[in-house]
Design a binder for this molecule. Sequence first.
Ligand SMILES: [Zn+2]
Length: 55
Amino acid sequence: MNKVEILKCSKCLRYTLKKECGVCSAQTLSTKPAKYSPQDPYGKWRLKYKAKYGV
Ligand SMILES: [Zn+2]
């Protein structure tokens, strides 16, 4: 399973996947999203995907 962590620049607040901001080179911080939220559209999508493909 490929886990992608979304990081946020501490300076210009852009979202990136890199540990360093590509715009201002500041250190990025983990956004640490909740593991599961009923309001999470990606969580819903994952459940649908799981039901359809059994992955
Ligand atoms: Zn930045």
